[in-house]
Design a protein around this ligand. Structure first.
Ligand code: ADP
Ligand code: MG
Length: 267
């Protein structure tokens, strides 16, 4: 596997003394280029902290991160802005990351200018096209969009930069089942058509297995398991993974029938 990104023994500790929280403990993993990797684990297991560390939104307490062969552990200023052309993210609640006074057009072009890119109509149209939208949405305000549309706009915004790595942290968690499948399929299309590398973060092992080439499992800040999706499903090594899988009794059957969509879109 050719890794586009690698985290080596990364640790993140919040606070001091008694109120100290070790959110991420000595975690190592690699993201294979052009694949979807998912991080799955219960709430509080450290998933979003990993996303923020990978993005360089806060410093690691210790450890090292490599992107395309370069050390990106302590990026600042311009180097970090350049990194953000290649590494983009979408979060859980698109409404909170929207400025309600901005139209979709302003939102998309502003984020691109922030990292020094030029905004062309063609780039806008392509980015919206990837998420099944078109230029007619540019004049709309966030409150004029549905939850699913807002999340697709946020993905389009991330795509404006043509990132090499897209991180989606619980990006489908606020959506109902049919919209969720739609977003998951947008992500697999990005992998298949653009060769984009995707890090998809979810508390839902059903979605993790539906989407992923590889699955990483987090428990209390520790990465307890990682492997190819089929290996994790059919031959989980860790008790915690087995417990997560037990919550989705139909998973094996769905995988064998190649009907994993039944897991994320119950009929
Ligand atoms: P997840 O995304 O898996 O739900 P998080 O990474 O958000 O988990 O949180 C992991 C742990 O770190 C939790 O105990 C959380 O309370 C703590 N934590 C996260 N961010 C902060 C912060 N900025 N300050 C203090 N503790 C934090
Ligand atoms: Mg989280």
């Amino acid at each position: 596997m050719s890794a586009i990104f690698a985290a080596e023994h990364i640790t993140k500790t919040f606070g001091r003394g008694r109120s100290q929280v070790q959110a991420v403990k000595d975690v190592s993993f690699a993201l294979a280029e052009g694949q979807v990797t998912t991080i799955v684990g219960e709430s509080g297991s450290g998933k979003s902290t990993i996303a923020r560390l990978v993005l360089g939104l806060m410093p690691v307490t210790s450890g090292k991160m490599i992107f395309q062969g370069k050390d990106v552990t302590h990026l600042k200023g311009r180097a970090r802005a350049e990194y953000w052309r290649d590494v983009q993210a979408v979060f859980q609640d698109p409404f909170s990351s929207f400025n309600q006074f901005f139209t979709v057009g302003t939102l998309l072009s502003r984020s691109m200018r922030l990292v020094g890119g030029k905004v062309g109509q063609q780039r806008l149209a392509e980015s919206l096209g990837y998420v099944g939208m078109d230029l007619s949405v540019l004049g709309r305000y966030p409150h004029q969009l549905s939850g699913g549309q807002r999340q697709r706009v946020m993905i389009a915004r991330a795509l404006m930069m043509r990132p090499k790595l897209l991180i989606a942290d619980e990006a489908t968690s606020m959506l109902d089942a049919s919209l969720r499948v739609n977003i998951l399929n947008v992500l697999t299309d990005l992998r298949d058509e653009l060769g984009m590398t995707i890090l998809f973060i979810t508390h839902d092992i059903g979605q993790a297995c539906y989407l992923a080439d590889r699955v990483l499992v987090m428990e209390h800040g520790v990465m307890v398991e990682q492997g190819r999706t089929d290996q994790v499903i059919f031959n989980p090594q860790h008790e915690y993974t087995k417990r997560l899988l037990a919550d989705v009794p139909k998973l094996h059957e769905a995988l064998e029938l190649e009907e994993l969509h039944e897991i994320v879109e119950p009929s």
